[in-house]
Design a protein around this ligand. Structure first.
Ligand SMILES: NC(=O)c1ccc[n+]([C@@H]2O[C@H](COP(=O)([O-])OP(=O)(O)OC[C@H]3O[C@@H](n4cnc5c(N)ncnc54)[C@H](O)[C@@H]3O)[C@@H](O)[C@H]2O)c1
Length: 416
């Protein structure tokens, strides 16, 4: 017998906000994670997301009894899958999607799923994944001997991708438009009805494959646009032109909108998702591949600049400001800033000081080779300052940069 309205599988950066907002609307929600610490954290009302409004919403939902967590799914009207979809690195630099987490999450509901319940995939996934979930579930039901007792065709499937921006997750969860892609039109409508309990944006229905491709398209499009900006920054460096001023001027054209360059492209989405298109459409994606190469190559360009600057000193101290993949968050996944710090350390150019007020500790392979300190001490003790992430806390440092060699990958500090 159904015990919950919604079971959210995967209590990460997407699962926790999703579970919490549904619970805040009076849905009975079970959060499920394979990590014991996540389950215990949620049941204690403590979220690791690091966004105060989400953390408070979750604590409230747990306190009011609408949200609890467990390591196994239980019967629910809806199962929302929000597990990681990383890529696997193959020889030769190719990257292919790793769907093992989605498969495991799908199979995990086979023991409890009942007629007319619904699986919704929120994880960003390659085209065809929702359809694969049907196959995995059917296979697992058959293995458990439940295929005779469950009316498989009464189970609905949909892909409802998430577009929220880290740092503004709760506001975007409510305000963003959504796409609900159903394996059948009925499934799309059913998903739409579910999300409309909190979503104030417009909800569009389509089929599952179009929804999968739409999410990938959004991120691939941004990757290509950022690659143009990053390539421009490299060209401008060669010509001795300030790329930030250039872009500001070019963007005064009424139909031009160039994005901002940076140290590379990171995070769990933009640096990953284009590969989900490329891996299934190699011959059709020369532009997306080129964009990935430009963005993946930008950290090396920054490291080269640091190397050149270091030649001005006998034993330089290098302050690296920021290690997260973007400003004002604590997420370091696929972070180009972290890659740059790691490469600078490996070059043994001198003393490396790292400051990031959003990150408590550095990964082991870097921690032993650097000194983590406050932004002010890092800058004060350095010859070269490398701004890698535009965290708001770094704004106050601009007065301390006199006499330093500054490599500002984000155009963050006022021009000197
Ligand atoms: N983080 C973002 O800003 C963002 C934005 C849009 C889309 N997405 C997509 O959402 C998905 C989830 O991303 P995330 O950032 O929340 O990932 P995450 O790594 O923060 O969280 C995923 C959670 O799933 C758990 N998990 C893994 N396998 C499981 C299983 N079989 N059963 C139960 N739990 C399991 C992990 O332990 C982890 O806690 C990804 O596909 C990502 O691309 C993320």
């Amino acid at each position: 017998m159904k015990k919950y309205d919604i079971c959210v599988i995967g209590l990460g950066y997407i699962g926790i906000p999703t579970a919490s907002i549904f619970a805040s609307k009076g849905k009975k929600v079970l959060g499920v994670d394979v990590l014991r610490s996540r389950v215990e954290g949620v049941n204690a009302g403590k979220s690791h997301v690091g966004e105060s409004d989400i953390d408070a919403l979750m604590a409230e939902a747990v306190k009011n009894g609408f949200l609890r967590a467990s390591s196994v799914p239980e019967s629910s009207d809806f199962y929302i899958v929000a597990v990681p979809t990383p890529f696997k690195r193959l020889d030769g630099g190719r990257k292919i999607p790793d769907l093992s987490y989605v498969e495991a999450a799908t199979r995990s509901v086979a023991a409890c799923i009942e007629n007319s319940q619904m699986l919704i995939l929120e994880s960003t996934s390659p085209v065809g994944t929702t359809s694969k979930m049907r196959d995995w579930l059917k296979d697992e039901l058959s293995k458990l001997g439940r295929l005779e007792s469950v009316d498989f065709d009464s189970i609905n499937f949909a892909h409802c991708p998430e577009r929220i921006l880290p740092g503004k997750m709760l506001a975007e969860l409510v305000a963003n438009d959504r796409i609900c892609g159903g394996f059948t039109p009925e499934a799309a409508e059913r998903a739409k009805a579910l999300y409309s309990c909190f979503c104030k944006g417009e909800i569009f229905t389509t089929d599952d494959k179009t929804a999968e491709m739409a999410k990938l398209t959004e991120n691939a499009s941004r990757d290509v646009a950022i690659a143009f900006a990053n390539e421009l920054s490299i060209v401008c460096d060669k010509f001795g032109i300030d790329v930030w001023e250039l872009i500001k001027l070019a963007n005064r054209h009424p139909r031009v909108n160039i994005l901002s360059p940076g140290p590379g492209v990171g995070g769990h989405c933009i640096a990953v998702d284009p590969w989900f298109i490329i891996s299934d459409a190699e011959a059709q994606t020369p532009l997306m591949k080129a964009a990935r190469a430009v963005n993946d190559g930008k950290p090396d360009f920054v490291v080269e600049k640091v190397k050149r600057a270091a030649k001005n000193f006998k034993n330089p101290s290098i302050a690296c400001l920021g290690v997260t993949f973007k400003a004002n968050v604590n997420d370091v996944r696929e972070s180009p800033a972290m890659e740059i710090v790691s490469k600078i350390c490996d070059l043994n150019l001198g003393r490396v000081l790292v400051a990031d007020p959003h990150v408590d500790s550095l990964p082991q392979h870097i921690a032993g080779k650097t000194e983590k300190t406050s932004p002010e001490l890092a800058v004060a003790g350095s010859d070269i300052v490398v701004l890698l992430v535009d965290h708001r806390e770094f704004e106050s440092l601009s007065g301390l940069l006199k006499d330093k060699i500054l490599i500002d990958t984000k155009g963050f500090f006022p021009k000197r």
